[in-house]
Design a protein around this ligand. Structure first.
Ligand code: URP
Ligand code: ZN
Ligand code: ZN
Length: 473
């Protein structure tokens, strides 16, 4: 099938220019002026912007966490993503204790393959590093799971020690794979949490107060130093604060291969949200910080200390006692109410895969924090490059997958549960007005979204085998 998209304005990381695009089967076949193809379906994109599909490299779908499970699976999360301009993502396949890494990957394929609508890859989150597991790592890279994640927090659950982190880095470096860290000092946090709970400090605000910025900064520098000793590239996920940004800047200034990501929520919300009566909705780790940290994050995105904006999509119901209707079926799951009387029991995580692109368009680009080209760079191109998907994903180029969104820069929407389409009972951006929204979204040349019409089919998404030795940006 061929589609000819005419008279649009193409936005890439590098350029903004008027052109027609011919999609042939799953690929972009031609880009140029006044293209013709008699056998193509023609789409008039006059006045519209064509962006590569978003690549979200930090998501948690269908995973147990915090005494319950996230509420989006690989179908519902993909639908939310597609409607909001994201066409591929990389999810964390999390090893269970005693499991081989291949068993973990097989388990994630079981959850994902029959439900997927957009394209998806896996990072492997290591929680139990035995000799056998260590020796499995290179094979995993060759098989297309090219990034490994380690949690320096969540003590007693998935936190790893420095020996595990360092040995993984050494092995990953040898195999051309990328090590990612959740950088918070879990030992110090554990002491602070226990002390707060013992003193009866139980409200959601204490989630943030027991996870100080220095816990993040310390872990960020420790991981950077370990990576330097291991000769390994490092990617720090969900950077939230100025002191952590400073550690990455320090590493980069000293020629170290350290890269960093922040997530959309850290630009728009602060610890103040946790003081609201419904503050549990905003509980995530690392926590929301201050206005000064937000300014530091925007600056870090502009000056390339951070290279990626993702979502850390990990949605939990606000009130699991109430059912929602999803595609005509009732649905609910235990959620944030598990921690109604004790912040330490609130499932950590917030939604975002269906918010990132439109929110950044209006409240990032629209408010002058970054250009539209930089938005494409940090939300599409850089994530594809860093994680071994480029140039197949993340750009508009001949030969690339025909993953793209036709954005109407004048289209107004109100963000909220109806618009983000997460399978969830709340939205962080409820009532936020956006101007600029995807009108049509294609994945590998297939039209998934046309206005409010959904053409996505479970099982239509493809697993992404990624390349080792990806660029270090
Ligand atoms: O609060 C969060 N971020 N939950 C998801 C797991 C993680 O730490 O990324
Ligand atoms: Zn994390
Ligand atoms: Zn995460």
């Amino acid at each position: 099938m061929k589609t000819l998209i005419r008279h649009g304005t193409l936005i890439t990381a590098a350029e903004t220019y008027a052109a027609d695009l011919l999609l042939d089967g799953e690929k972009i076949a031609l880009i140029g002026m006044n293209l013709h193809a008699d056998d193509a379906q023609v789409v008039d994109a006059t006045g519209k912007f064509i962006l590569p599909g978003g690549v979200d490299v930090h998501t948690h779908l269908d995973v147990p966490f915090g005494g319950t499970r996230v509420s989006d699976d690989f179908y519902t999360g993909h639908k939310a993503a597609a409607f909001n301009g994201t066409t591929s993502h990389i999810d964390f396949a999390r090893q269970d204790k005693g499991e081989s890494l291949h068993q973990t990957v097989a388990r994630w394929h079981q959850m994902a393959d029959r439900r997927a609508v957009i394209d998806y890859g896996f990072h492997l989150a290591i929680t139990d590093l035995t000799e056998e597991v260590l020796n499995e790592i290179p094979a995993l890279g060759r098989e297309g799971v090219t990034s490994l994640k380690l949690f320096m927090a969540y003590k007693g659950f998935i936190q790893v020690d420095d020996t595990t982190l360092f040995r993984t880095m050494l092995k990953a470096a040898e195999a051309g794979m990328l090590t990612m860290v959740h950088a918070e000092n879990g030992d110090a946090i554990d002491v602070l949490v226990k002390s707060a709970v013992a003193q009866g400090r139980l409200t959601p605000e204490w989630h943030a107060l027991t996870r100080p910025a220095w816990a993040e900064a310390e872990a960020t520098l420790r991981a950077t130093a370990l990576a330097a000793m291991a000769g390994a590239p490092l990617y720090v996920v969900h950077v939230t604060c100025a002191p952590a940004v400073d550690q990455i800047a320090y590493g980069r200034a000293h020629g170290l291969n350290v890269m960093g990501e922040t997530c959309v929520q850290y630009f728009f919300f602060t610890i103040d949200e946790l003081r609201r009566p419904d503050g549990a909705k905003w509980v995530c780790s690392p926590p929301l910080r201050t206005a000064a940290d937000q300014a530091a994050l925007w600056q870090a995105i502009r000056n390339d200390t951070l290279q990626v904006i993702s979502t850390d999509h990990s949605p939990f119901f606000y009130d699991g006692a109430h059912r929602i209707e999803y595609e005509g079926q009732p649905f609910s799951l235990p959620g944030k109410e598990l921690g109604r009387d004790d912040f330490s029991k609130i499932p950590n995580g917030i939604p975002g895969i269906g918010n990132r692109m439109p929110i950044l368009w209006t409240y990032g680009v629209g408010q002058g924090h970054l250009t539209l080209n930089r938005l494409v760079e940090v939300c599409c191109t850089n994530p594809a490059k860093i994680f071994g998907l480029y140039p197949r994903k993340g750009t508009l180029a001949v030969g690339a997958d025909a993953d793209l969104a036709i954005w109407d820069p004048t289209l107004k929407k109100t963000m909220g549960v109806q618009t983000s389409r997460h399978r969830l009972d709340y939205d962080l951006y409820e009532g936020w007005e956006v101007t600029g929204y995807p009108e049509k979204v294609y994945v590998r040349g297939n039209l998934l979204v046309d206005g409010d019409t959904w053409y996505g089919e479970p099982g239509g998404g493809q697993w992404l085998k990624r390349q080792v030795n990806a660029p270090i940006l």
